[in-house]
Design a binder for this molecule. Sequence first.
Ligand SMILES: *[C@@H]1O[C@H](CO)[C@@H](O)[C@H](O)[C@H]1NC(C)=O
Ligand SMILES: *[C@@H]1O[C@H](CO)[C@@H](O)[C@H](O)[C@H]1NC(C)=O
Ligand SMILES: *[C@@H]1O[C@H](CO)[C@@H](O)[C@H](O)[C@H]1NC(C)=O
Ligand SMILES: *[C@@H]1O[C@H](CO)[C@@H](O)[C@H](O)[C@H]1NC(C)=O
Ligand SMILES: *[C@@H]1O[C@H](CO)[C@@H](O)[C@H](O)[C@H]1NC(C)=O
Ligand SMILES: *[C@@H]1O[C@H](CO)[C@@H](O)[C@H](O)[C@H]1NC(C)=O
Ligand SMILES: *[C@@H]1O[C@H](CO)[C@@H](O)[C@H](O)[C@H]1NC(C)=O
Ligand SMILES: *[C@@H]1O[C@H](CO)[C@@H](O)[C@H](O)[C@H]1NC(C)=O
Ligand SMILES: *[C@@H]1O[C@H](CO)[C@@H](O)[C@H](O)[C@H]1NC(C)=O
Ligand SMILES: *[C@@H]1O[C@H](CO)[C@@H](O)[C@H](O)[C@H]1NC(C)=O
Ligand SMILES: *[C@@H]1O[C@H](CO)[C@@H](O)[C@H](O)[C@H]1NC(C)=O
Ligand SMILES: [Cu+2]
Length: 583
Amino acid sequence: MVRMLSTLAAALFVAAVSALPASPVEVAERAVCTNSATSRDCWTDGFDINTNFYLETPDTGVEREYWLSVEETDCAPDGVVRKCQTLNGTIPGPLLTADWGDTLTIHVINNLSDNGTSVHWHGIRQLNSSEMDGVPGVTQCPIAPGDTMTYSYRLRQYGSTWYHSHFTFQLAEGVFGPLVINGPASANYDEDLGLLFLQDWSHTPILELWGRSPGNPFTLDNLLINGTNTFTDADGVTTGSKHEVVVEKGKTYRMRVINVAVDGFFDFHIDGHNFTVIATDLVPVQPFQVESIQIGIGQRYDIVFTADADEDNYWIRSGWNTNCQAIGNNGDVSGNGTAILRYDASSTADPTTEDTVGIMSTCFDEDRTHLVPILNVNVTNLSEIVVQDLGLTTAIKGYLTWTLNTSTLYLDWLEPSLKQVHDHNTSYFQEENIVSVGDGFAADDWVVLVIDTSTIGVNHPMHLHGHDFFILGQAANTAYPGPADFNFDNPTRRDVAVLPANGYLAIAFQLDNPGTWLVHCHIAWHTGEGLAMQFVESADAALTSGALANWDNAAWDGYGAGTCSNWADYVGVEVWPQDDSGI
Ligand SMILES: *[C@@H]1O[C@H](CO)[C@@H](O)[C@H](O)[C@H]1NC(C)=O
Ligand SMILES: *[C@@H]1O[C@H](CO)[C@@H](O)[C@H](O)[C@H]1NC(C)=O
Ligand SMILES: *[C@@H]1O[C@H](CO)[C@@H](O)[C@H](O)[C@H]1NC(C)=O
Ligand SMILES: *[C@@H]1O[C@H](CO)[C@@H](O)[C@H](O)[C@H]1NC(C)=O
Ligand SMILES: *[C@@H]1O[C@H](CO)[C@@H](O)[C@H](O)[C@H]1NC(C)=O
Ligand SMILES: *[C@@H]1O[C@H](CO)[C@@H](O)[C@H](O)[C@H]1NC(C)=O
Ligand SMILES: *[C@@H]1O[C@H](CO)[C@@H](O)[C@H](O)[C@H]1NC(C)=O
Ligand SMILES: *[C@@H]1O[C@H](CO)[C@@H](O)[C@H](O)[C@H]1NC(C)=O
Ligand SMILES: *[C@@H]1O[C@H](CO)[C@@H](O)[C@H](O)[C@H]1NC(C)=O
Ligand SMILES: *[C@@H]1O[C@H](CO)[C@@H](O)[C@H](O)[C@H]1NC(C)=O
Ligand SMILES: *[C@@H]1O[C@H](CO)[C@@H](O)[C@H](O)[C@H]1NC(C)=O
Ligand SMILES: [Cu+2]
């Protein structure tokens, strides 16, 4: 289904759509709609793949409660031992799972000796619960060593995502894990294999590398799949083991592939098996078949494949795409990340299959004309276009920093922007990189963020908190040409999109979620180097009639748990002062 509009059509479209009402969505008429291997589009009574999940949420009345401990451990994902930071001692951390509509409550204890922490729930909309978004200096203070913070929020979306620390480089040390929200799907499958984590890996803690030379992106040592791989050292000694996925001939599987790298973009494929993509981030799409998919950091592609090849062993490949990011894994120590797909669980042989697909010769998000959301939503009523120019300089902090309109993000952990909103304090400081939007507009108005990197040849996976965004424009090697080429017609919707080298990215979101929302590049080095900004959305409306109106003074401070006061006490004895953007 091709949905690119000609310039002329787009111009007419802008004029025509501005009066359309909010799109009504039809729920399929079925006597009985029960989710099963042959009816994955169904969910529960009145809720299915066509339900407008931005407006409706199943009332399950269920609260799922979890406890997570952020800790220091030795780890050896590829056999090489180093110091890690983890959730409950494993990389990835424990699986958190719930149903669409449930309330998820997670108690996070900081069991680290000398670092703060916080946990962000990637892609979760946090409607009316901005304070649960888990970003130090934006929605909370860091959780001090020994302190606990409880996060609790309603799951209004479904699909595949992850949770991770948003405190400096902790994510890159292993503080992340899978979050699966059960719901309908746009294609049928027999079994769900869960998330498959693709990542790069350093044998030296990233925090230590950063401490040695802030602003310098170091070359990493290996690539992991689901937290494991083999490693062959300079003496030819191989340690570690590969992740294995066992399938049964004839069955169809769902796998939720995610890139959680520090620096790498990956081309993902399975020898001998094409697959069908059914979701991009937390948005179900019209199914389409591919041989390979390119995945930027933070992105997810839910795929469905059938075990219909000869009963054998096959390589699952996660190859570093050097067209996306040249610095990093240099290929000489680790090669490509691989795991093994086995039809026979008792086999121990390495696959002998060849890579007939290879790495794509370009870097780009999957073609937007393929990523067609099942739930059709048009972008209407643009109230504002926020344009930001990306720059790079060493003049601000003495080390390499990225700038948006000349300002790099550098947060004050004790002065979260949400607290400032709560206190009616709009004297934001420059390095918060805050753009206020929404005041004076209606909840069905829209804002566009354009980031222009036409003078810098680097690709950035950009993530917005608090919203699925709509990609209106995205092109490499092109300066932002203005809104005439925007596509408003059921645009690709997701929570991470690539800002292409020497080009621009234009994303829209609806002003329907008051709060403070971070926007940042998901390359860990770049996040530390301040490639980020914040939207303060609809502050006035929120304070007078919206969610913030109901908050008491304790709300932003861990709901009375005193997260900020405990952090303030800890600062007096802290070992490591802040030495990066803070996120
Ligand atoms: C857009 O704005 C118009 C005029 O202000 C309004 O009538 C309409 O309800 C708004 N919303 C949509 C979705 O068109
Ligand atoms: C979006 O706009 C297209 C026309 O450009 C129309 O066919 C479609 O029905 C609209 N979708 C909704 C949900 O209004
Ligand atoms: C994490 O570890 C704690 C003990 O430190 C345990 O109580 C909790 O159940 C674990 N959480 C999960 C999700 O497994
Ligand atoms: C903190 O971590 C230590 C070991 O790393 C463990 O023994 C202890 O149970 C943990 N405490 C909590 C509250 O999880
Ligand atoms: C966190 O702890 C690590 C050591 O584990 C240290 O390298 C780093 O600088 C610390 N960072 C902060 C901000 O506390
Ligand atoms: C990868 O590991 C996660 C977390 O341990 C697990 O939930 C998931 O099932 C694994 N994925 C696959 C495809 O084996
Ligand atoms: C996968 O798709 C490609 C392109 O359509 C095709 O050439 C190839 O034969 C397919 N492979 C399998 C195993 O079906
Ligand atoms: C990674 O895989 C690609 C595609 O098969 C191949 O061209 C490249 O040589 C591999 N890299 C290494 C270091 O093995
Ligand atoms: C950023 O700079 C651009 C180009 O100079 C300008 O058009 C835009 O208004 C600025 N954006 C903000 C949010 O200040
Ligand atoms: C308002 O915010 C600014 C910037 O963080 C801070 O310096 C100032 O103290 C705050 N004012 C009040 C009254 O809290
Ligand atoms: C969000 O909060 C506002 C104000 O309290 C309320 O009117 C609205 O219904 C809430 N939305 C949801 C989905 O709970
Ligand atoms: Cu970046």
